[in-house]
Design a protein around this ligand. Structure first.
Ligand code: AMP
Length: 280
């Protein structure tokens, strides 16, 4: 069975005995094929693959799903082992944030929009934990999914701004055959909510198809996607925005690289999805 380490000291000791480059795949666990795709690519790219599994309390706001977030470390160990991970770093919250902790990494600007607007403090929690993980693991390369498109952009910003010596690789979104983007939170959907959740990828698909047929007006593309979400009674819109995929600023005219990003609540479960309009 794959080795699991829960202390920073233990992790440093493990890595001191390894040669070659280290790859890091940060996750919150309850692994699925999306996570596994990152791990397999990490396996291809480095001698040592570390996956972290940590439900990071400081990236959850009050009233969010920190307590109900799905967890199953034994299952995760099997999936990570099969995907070629060498070691799992699964610290406790007390190990990461011991008494007296008071240092945070905060990326400005780009974190104020989209998910940052509806989840204040979320990205500060993400960048703080990712910076800590990078300091602990010292990876040459780290893997993130484009499912969390804004998160990836924020991490890239942090790495550039703080001169961190790590390559950031963004990986494609892995979806169910019917289009639903894989997410640990999908397991919290009831059968009927699972069907409703299809409205996210359908809304993106409709906008992409209209773009393919020549529509370039951002308002009309957004309205089309919104109409599909509105037709699903169980879905409550958090946000839907067409934006520049680099700056995440709202776009007036769409182009091949425009990002359509959305967040929707289905019951108590908040789901996100996105697409680049010009991508298949
Ligand atoms: P999480 O455990 O949800 O924090 O996700 C850990 C990493 O896996 C993040 O970089 C996510 O973007 C990535 N990830 C999550 N779901 C998917 C997916 N469906 N496809 C690709 N990457 C994903």
């Amino acid at each position: 069975m794959i080795e699991t380490i829960d202390t920073v000291r233990g992790m440093r000791r493990f890595l001191a005995g390894r040669h070659g480059e280290v790859a890091l795949v940060p996750t919150m666990g309850y692994l699925h094929e999306g996570h596994a795709s990152l791990m397999r690519e990490a396996r291809r790219r480095a001698e040592t693959v570390v996956a972290s599994i940590f439900v990071n309390p400081i990236q959850f706001g009050a009233g969010e799903d920190l307590e109900s977030y799905p967890r199953d470390l034994e299952r995760d160990r099997l999936i990570a082992g099969e995907a070629g991970v060498d070691v799992i770093f699964a610290p406790t919250a007390a190990e990461m944030y011991p008494q007296g902790f008071q240092s945070y990494v905060n990326v400005e600007g780009i974190t104020t929009r989209l998910c940052g607007a509806s989840r204040p403090g979320h990205f500060r929690g993400v960048t703080t934990v990712v910076a800590k993980l990078m300091n602990i693991v010292q990876p040459a390369v780290a893997f993130f999914g484009r499912k969390d498109f804004q998160q990836l952009a924020v991490i890239r910003r942090m790495v550039a701004d703080l001169n961190l010596e790590v390559e950031i690789v963004g990986m494609p979104i892995v979806r169910e055959p019917d289009g639903l983007a894989l997410s640990s939170r999908n397991t919290r959907l009831t059968e009927s909510q699972r069907k409703s959740a299809l409205c996210l990828s359908k809304a993106l698909g409709a906008a992409r198809e209209a773009f393919r047929q020549g529509e370039r007006d951002a308002a009309r593309l957004s309205a089309l996607a919104l109409s599909i979400l509105a037709a699903e009674p169980e879905a409550a819109l958090d946000y839907l925005e067409l934006c520049d995929s680099q700056t995440l600023e709202p776009a007036v005219a769409a182009d091949e690289k425009s990002l359509l990003a959305l967040a929707v609540r289905i019951g108590t479960v908040r789901l996100i999805d996105n697409c680049i309009l010009g991508e298949k």
